[in-house]
Design a protein around this ligand. Sequence first.
Ligand code: C5P
Ligand code: MG
Length: 215
Amino acid sequence: MVAFDSSKVTVVFVLGGPGAGKGTQCSKLVKDYNFCHLSAGDLLRAEQNRDGSQYGELIRTNIREGKIVPSFVTLKLLENAMTDVLKTKSGEDKGWRDGHGRFLIDGFPRKMDQAQLFDDEICLSSLVIFYDTTEEVLERRLLERAKTSGREDDNIDSIRKRFRTYKNETMPVINYYEGKGKTATIDGSGSIEEVYVVTTGVIDKVLASTTPKQL
Ligand code: C5P
Ligand code: MG
């Protein structure tokens, strides 16, 4: 049983190493296409800081160690957020009429079990955008971001651990969707604008194939 009907709700997963530019590109897509952008990392940080959360400590230690938080927590947070957004954005132009919706889910699925659980129980995804770049570029961006992000995991120790988790756990997810013809690999090394031009090409195509004309 899936929670949301994929003929109405379009889900695009956005992946790439830490610092690949996922959040930056998603913010631009939100403005131009009225997507709802859900960052799994942001949802986890919000839950970690929520008074009375029983998962705060579990989330904090995993994030600091660059490890994946147990998937049931992240899946539940995503499902709850999608339910709320479908209510609040219901009826809006550009993709939200008659129970339709369009979501960018950023930093998810980070691990194979998350991919399978989401597709089977929440909503069948349409596409994975994979921002590909080198660890040198990622490290440089993250250390720059560390000056202002206030994130506990933007330090060289956590960054190295996040790279390892990404290689071991997340690359198999990207390859799995690649095998199904559902991964669009985009070179994430260029400027924000250069990457965005390629991104909009990919998004235009996926929306043309999933959205009925009148929306
Ligand atoms: O995507 P972001 O860099 O904000 O994620 C920060 C951290 O949140 C990850 O390093 C990981 O510890 C946790 N996370 C997770 N599962 C996800 C997304 C993020 O455990 N699907
Ligand atoms: Mg992010």
